[in-house]
Write a protein that binds this ligand. Structure first.
Ligand SMILES: Nc1ncnc2c1ncn2[C@@H]1O[C@H](COP(=O)(O)OP(=O)(O)OP(=O)(O)O)[C@@H](O)[C@H]1O
Ligand SMILES: [Mg+2]
Length: 431
């Protein structure tokens, strides 16, 4: 292979052959790389590094074109003594200003062998980056007729100027780089659009949910007004629980939204799990009674105190209990809550119901935020929030495979002891 290569291009001397081989290899490498990099910042940095290698230069800059202001700005500047931050924040070039601006305006490569003597040379970039430019090559990056920016390589290593081969290779390279930048920008734009669409859909869903609860609240208050006016105690008795449930729903919703919206470190404290479970049971008591749901609690396998963020775990239990109630038919059903400890310091919990269970094809999807099979009655935040809180406690929650019904199993390693982190967090919170 090597010999075959040496036989090729026989009219060139060894040095030129080595140069050409270096350039071709660099272009091959760069071509592969550019296609696979879609993160714009990483791509620009790579373009700059590869430009320097491809051209055998001391430093390289990627200068991008800002279409709105018709100016050029330094996006990446790489050199041994380069001060990137200052170049990036301070220097903007007008079209036609400096060598880069002139190359951009003319859309042509400029190969300058003595920068100090060229009247177009813009010395402020050197002062800002404390770099001394002797010679430079500025190549416009053009993609389908549009200017993307300018690639600049500075100070050819081991020579006074960049060779015609360097010019040729950099022109090919700038074409690849321009296409890669345009591609990465398109992908970024697409991701942004998709995100905005998803946010829009989520807001529309949430607003719909709030509107439904508020409609319920309004009709309850109207009925209570009427029962007060007309002394109808029977209407009042019927309406009051409905109003309480609507208030509970809106409060649950807001709490879930808060818990879901940002990452948190749980404030673990010693807590009475029995009391916590009773509190959750009391919160759903009315709902369970209305739907004739029986509930069993078993804490017999629990040995010792637990260390958790009580509010967070309470929200998880409430979500699981509400889901169980929603899943059970109007004719009633059964819910079992069990908590037990396993060696060395793990807390396990289970919330199980004898409803229809989760269909096999939804077992993964139910954890997605905003996924709900309940239409306007559900936001789909319950399980996503629950999983997030459990994960923030370094635990896991799974949908266990049980016979009929659904069984959610929570594993909280370290919850049976005051972990070092927990004490620290507690300490911080007490200050
Ligand atoms: N115990 C269960 N039995 C059957 N399906 C369940 C059960 N728990 C959850 N699911 C399914 O998982 C979906 C997502 O649950 P999640 O709690 O995240 O949202 P939601 O209950 O629909 O709405 P939200 O909790 O925000 O009011 C539910 O819509 C339901 O289809
Ligand atoms: Mg739910």
């Amino acid at each position: 292979m090597t010999e075959a290569r040496q036989d090729s291009l026989p009219w060139l001397d060894d040095a030129s052959r080595t140069e050409i081989r270096r350039a071709v290899e660099a272009l091959y490498r760069v071509h592969g790389l550019m296609g696979s990099l879609t993160d714009l910042d990483a791509l620009l940095l790579r373009i700059s590094e590869e430009s320097r290698r491809v051209a055998g230069a001391e430093a390289a800059s990627v200068i991008l074109y800002d279409e709105k202001s018709d100016e050029l700005y330094f996006e990446v500047a790489l050199g041994d003594s380069g001060d990137q931050a200052r170049l990036k924040s301070e220097i903007r070039l007008k079209m036609g200003q400096g060598i880069a601006g002139s190359a951009a305006a003319a859309r042509a490569t400029l190969n300058i062998s003595d920068a100090s003597r060229d009247p177009r040379f813009f010395s402020e970039a050197d002062s800002a980056s404390s770099f001394q430019t002797r010679n430079l090559l500025a190549v416009p990056m053009i993609e389908r007729g549009s200017l993307i920016g300018v690639l600049e390589v500075l100070n050819k290593v081991g020579a006074d100027t960049f060779s015609p081969l360097d010019v040729h290779v950099m022109e090919m390279f700038s074409g690849i780089a321009a296409a890669a930048v345009a591609n990465a920008r398109l992908i970024e734009q697409q991701i942004k659009t998709e995100r905005l669409t998803a946010i829009g859909q989520a807001i529309a869903g949430l607003t719909h949910h709030i509107k439904n609860i508020i409609t319920g609240l309004n009709s309850s208050t109207e009925l209570i007004d009427m029962s007060l006016d007309r002394g109808r105690r029977d209407v009042m008795d019927r309406t009051w629980p409905v109003l309480k449930r609507s208030v509970q729903r809106i409060s649950n919703f807001v709490q879930d939204l808060l818990a879901f919206s940002k990452p948190r470190v749980p404030m673990r404290q010693e807590c009475d799990l029995g009391a916590l479970l009773c509190e959750a049971r009391d919160a759903v008591r009315d709902l369970f009674n209305t739907k004739h749901i029986e509930m069993d609690m078993d804490l017999s396998g629990l040995n010792g105190a637990v260390w958790l963020e009580a509010d967070g775990v309470y929200r998880c239990l409430l979500n699981l209990l509400n889901n169980a109630a929603d899943a059970l038919p109007a004719t009633g059903g059964h819910v079992w809550v069990r908590a037990w400890s396993t060696a060395p310091d793990t807390l396990e919990m289970e919330v199980r119901d004898d409803g229809p269970g989760v269909p096999a094809e939804l077992r993964d999807t139910i954890w997605d935020p905003f996924f709900s099979t309940k239409g306007a009655r559900g936001t789909g935040l319950g399980l996503a929030t629950t999983a997030k809180v459990i994960q923030e406690h370094n635990g896991t929650i799974t949908l266990a495979r049980s016979g009929s019904g659904a069984c959610f199993h929570i594993l909280l390693p370290g919850a049976m002891r005051p972990a070092v982190g927990a004490r620290d967090e507690l300490g911080e919170s007490e200050q």
